[in-house]
Design a protein around this ligand. Structure first.
Ligand SMILES: [Zn+2]
Length: 115
């Protein structure tokens, strides 16, 4: 794992030392995975730059995607991916759904395995 950008957000900064971080497609995120960062579009020849959230990391609560749900984000062109759209949370940490193009990459910490 290469960290390509840092953040001043306390919760995000702490989690960057976790050995469990991994990069997955949005449609591979599972319930209770902690979503740490998205990535800015990559510049040719450069590593994709981490793009942190003002909210800090947040737990995934995936749900069905409804383009006409009316939250103001679902249905926007930027959430439509060539392989479809997935919703990673609804109503938290924002008042809207959290739809992503299915093939967008995210930095996550997989949900903790409780023994
Ligand atoms: Zn919505």
């Amino acid at each position: 794992m290469v960290v390509t950008a840092t953040t001043e957000h306390c919760a995000s900064r702490r989690i960057l030392t976790s050995p469990h971080l991994r990069i997955v497609r949005a449609d591979q995120v599972r319930p209770d995975d902690l979503i740490v960062s998205a990535f800015q579009p990559s510049v040719p020849g450069r590593l994709a730059r981490a793009d942190y959230f003002a909210s800090g990391p947040y737990p995934a609560r995936p749900g069905p995607y409804h383009p006409g749900c009316g939250c103001g984000v679902c249905g926007l062109p930027k959430v439509q991916g060539p392989n479809g759209t997935v919703v990673l949370t609804t109503g938290y940490p924002w008042d809207t759904c959290d739809p992503w193009p299915a093939d967008d990459l995210l930095l996550i910490r997989p949900r903790l395995h409780l023994s």
